[in-house]
Design a protein around this ligand. Structure first.
Ligand code: SAM
Length: 391
């Protein structure tokens, strides 16, 4: 996600209606924290702030994407992003026994719409296009958007992958960066985990030597491996392993494309990145306070792609490609698509494509990782500049 407005300093106040909503959420959080004995882990706080069924950022109707919302994602910027991804999808559908597509977290549905439109033009039809979306409000938006599509391809919304046996292409654009993360700090004497609590009726973060079990094992290993020295603050995604496992367990044959903000591990846990990557987005302003306006702002952290590749390897998935977004889109024909644009659209689209491709915008910071299960195929998106060696 990126912001349209990056220069304003002050965050605008939410409307009084939204402030009332936050007050009710704070009352709920107070109860939950009391019940948990006075503090919850940061990941639990982030889980509630983003996905509480009533108050979570992604769960209520307030707009999130585009001018009226808080950020924009690549498929929202230009249809050319999804058209390129569709060419990669078509290559897999045409050359293997894979028949279905599964998209995780489809946002406004724009990527699904453009991919299906392009596949119809290319005359490459999947059997089913499944969408697994956690937010009922976003599901509604997706259903509206896709109702305009003239096709006999089945578009099906799922609540989970349980009991499915899939020959599928799995697409996840900016999903892993929306997973709750644990925050940690390495100080002179100890490794500390972040908790969230109330102090004088205000949410506060507390760094404590008391480590939760899953956290302790993973972060001790990270600290040793990357030789992290004080003062160092960062985060770790402890949910990605179970998520990947749930996909692998129902994927007979297929490819998983993970597209997200992030770096290989040695760049993520680089000594100079000692303030982590946690970021909040509110009305196109980026800032670093996740306790502000709970439920009204997005909270996100970049992805450690080395960790994801290692988890995939443990699960028996093959790492089939890793590159930045610019290389991936160029390999999938974005420059050729631009040449086909009508003259009156060209200038506008060039500006948008620059945002997708330039190294200082989304071109380098967003990476694409492809994982394969029981397939033998050189993927179009990595034919030049495959950077698996960076992982
Ligand atoms: C940052 S948005 C990205 C939306 C869209 N993919 C795009 O690029 O515009 C994150 C999306 O993931 C969804 N989401 C988060 N966790 C999820 C999960 N575990 N399963 C399915 N969807 C999830 C959110 O509701 C939201 O639609």
């Amino acid at each position: 996600m990126t912001n349209i407005n990056q220069n304003m300093q002050e965050l605008p106040e939410p409307s009084s209606l939204l402030q009332q909503q936050t007050q009710r959420f704070l009352a709920w959080l107070q109860q939950r924290i009391d019940q948990a004995g006075g503090k919850i882990t940061f990941a639990e706080y982030m889980q509630h702030a983003l996905y509480h069924p009533e108050f979570g950022y992604y769960m209520h109707a307030k707009p999130k994407f585009g001018q009226q919302g808080d950020f924009v994602t690549a498929p929202e910027i230009s249809a050319l992003f999804s058209q390129c991804l569709a060419r990669q999808v078509a290559q897999v559908l045409e050359n293997t026994a894979v028949t279905d597509i599964v998209e995780f977290g489809a946002g406004t549905g724009v990527m699904a719409y453009e991919i299906l439109q392009t596949l119809i033009k290319l005359k490459v039809k999947p059997k089913n296009y499944y969408i697994l979306e956690i937010s009922p409000e976003l599901q509604k938006l997706q259903q509206q958007r896709l109702s305009g599509l003239d096709t006999d391809i089945n578009v099906i919304w799922l609540n989970s992958l349980d009991d499915l046996s899939l020959n599928a292409i799995i697409l996840a654009n900016e999903i892993l960066d929306a997973f709750p993360v644990e925050l940690f700090k390495v100080d002179e004497t100890a490794l500390l985990q972040a908790y969230v609590m109330f102090e004088d009726n205000k949410l506060e973060t507390l760094f404590s030597e008391k480590l939760s079990d899953d956290f302790s094992k993973e972060v001790e290993a990270l600290r040793k491996h990357y030789e992290l020295t004080a003062p160092y603050l960062s985060e770790v995604n402890l949910q990605s392993r179970a998520w990947l496992k749930s996909i692998k367990s129902c994927l007979q044959q297929g490819v998983i494309f993970l597209i997200d903000y992030g770096f290989p591990g040695h760049e993520y846990y680089f000594p100079g990145r000692n303030m982590g990557t946690l970021m909040c987005h509110y009305q196109h302003l980026a800032h670093e306070n996740p306790l502000l306006f709970p439920g009204l702002q997005d909270i996100t952290a970049h992805v450690d792609f080395t960790a994801i590749a290692e988890q995939a390897d443990e699960l028996g998935l093959e790492i089939a490609g890793f590159s930045n977004q610019a290389n991936f889109l160029i390999n999938c024909g974005i420059t050729e698509s631009m040449q086909e644009l009508p003259e009156n659209e060209y200038f506008d689209v060039v500006q948008k494509v620059k945002t997708l491709l330039m190294p200082g915008e989304m071109g380098e910071i967003i990476k694409v990782l492809a994982l394969i299960s029981n397939l033998d195929l050189e993927l179009l998106g990595f034919k030049n500049n495959d950077q698996r060696h960076r992982l």
